[in-house]
Design a protein around this ligand. Sequence first.
Ligand code: SF4
Length: 684
Amino acid sequence: AIALGIPEKTVRSVCAYCGVGCEIDVGVKDDKIVGIHPMQNAPVNKGHLCVKGRYAWEYVYANDRITQPMIRRQHHWENVTWKQAIDYCAQKLISMVSEHGPDSIGMIGSARATNEDNYCIQKFARTVIGTNNVDNCARVCHQPTAKAMTMVLGTGAATNSYDDIEKAATILVAGANTTESHPVIGARIKQAVLKGAKLIVIDPRKTELATYATCHLQLKPGTNIPLFNAMANVIVTEKLYDETFIVNRTEGWELFKEFIREWTPERAAKICRIQPRLIRDAARLFAKRSPGICFHGLGLTEHTQGTENVIALVNLALLTGNIGKPGTGINPLRGQNNVQGAAAMGCDPSVFTGMASVKNERQRFEVFWNTALPEGKGLNLPEMLDAAVAGRLHAMWITGYDVFFTMPDANHTKQAFDKLELVIVQDMFMNETAEQFADVFLPCASSFEREGTFMNAERRIQKVRKVIPPPPGVKPDWEIVCNMAAAMGKSEYLSYSTAEDIWNEIRAIWSQVYGITYERLEKGGIQWPCSATSHPGTPILHTETFPREGGKAKLSAIEFKPTPEQAAISYPFILITGRELYHFNAGTMTYRTANKEICQSDQLHLNPIDASIIGLKAGDSVRVISKYGETTLPVYIDADLRKGEVFSTFNNDQVFLNKITNPARDNYVQTPEYKITAVKIEKV
Ligand code: SF4
């Protein structure tokens, strides 16, 4: 039951949804949430919230919330005590380690759990189990960004802050539908445009934000590299570049200059299916009208060349000197509230806490954690699923993440889970993964029911406060992990009394957050790097040097390799997946709120001409079929799409769009190519 009424108190915390990280005032009466309002003086949202952050909180009181641990025996769920559940898992994990070795187990952290939870999850994997097989959902979204930015700039995080939006003369948004995915940032960008900033939007769809743009480059999906290369070509051939910046702050200029000559706008235009004139206009606008800031989303990263897409975008910022200054930068719009934090805490098979390389920094962590640690990079999530199919992975412990519903080509994911001997799911709800494959379910607290910190997309660490008590018996994730370590006889590695104890351990091993104490966070969020308690935090990175050998950023020649997933006679449409305003990711939370009444299902958007050729009208039901599977969903006629391209969100468990999405992976970090799937459409 949802409590309503005048709040007795308000508690400041952070929105549980997207990576913008809006601060909220949560109204509480009789230990129940009665409403949420935006925090008026919050540096991120400045008094605004979107429809998710403000209204979609009733999932906390959903009737189907799981509040007791369960073990599945003989195909039936049985309620058990915490001791029974933890002992059961601990014994299974111990025997698997002894029988198959530590690398037979994989762990998945959660982008909606706190930094403290994620720190414990990866520390458990490495110290208690003895494996680097630990990952998080950044694998299916912005891992290409982290990889690309680390390679060419030295740090895999946003270079600037949201406050740079209002300082920019030109704003370039690539592959991000901010109005729906990051609405508060979308609103700030639109306000900046209304006050005189110029906007370039790069997107295959005519998004609402594109209607504010001076240049909308409506490119063919998957052709970002030709476009960015051609923009670079214009900047170089017309000598619009910032020579001082290039000479003093970059390497690779001579090679890049040679490489980019071939990428004329005419050549790129044929591949991208846009006018060469538009490419020239966008390049000139971005280069001439400084400062220019770049934002990008999953439209760049969820491709076979996702990492290279981001590198090609960084080239534009480097050529024009748009890095390290107010109103500039490369700023990934992170999807989930703490996806940046989950990876930074070390829920990644190749890095420890603070993005410290497993390869180079193992000894430092061995000393700090006082134990021998596994050598070499572990398996990432897609690799874990492959290993399960091959019989090399025997167990997975998944926290706050519906892997089955989320991964592409659900048939492959099913094969993997069917082979696992033990699947532990830790969540608030019986999600698809739990329903179909889990052996044990461990119920965890919502972000309203725990203390900790989140890290938003501009590197700001903010305090998450316990607003209400969790349902009796439900625990925060870190406590469950500590209990499991104790049951496995390894409590010396994970023994904490409070979330603050964990944060203080994180500060001690990651110097860039050492200066960020809970006491300071009481007054407001702080952006890392912040290495001393007197340091104010760092809104802009790379102001003088880049943290790479030699201190310079790298201009990189990026060749274009088209994805094999192309439309053909048998599958004539390209399906693009994306976000919408009312629902969030797997829908686990928003489909348990009134947002479900506003938006009841995913829909297949298609161009009116395509609809008329197939004989479809709005609301008709269609079967959408790819090489990987099929699903059924209602039609939405959408003139903002080009002929031959269709679009859908992926939030609804009845539609289960990932039954049909393309499992091809990014060349560097294996992020799936969700943005391009060849499909055919049949009227039901
Ligand atoms: Fe929450 Fe993102 Fe909406 Fe802000 S913009 S209220 S963080 S979902």
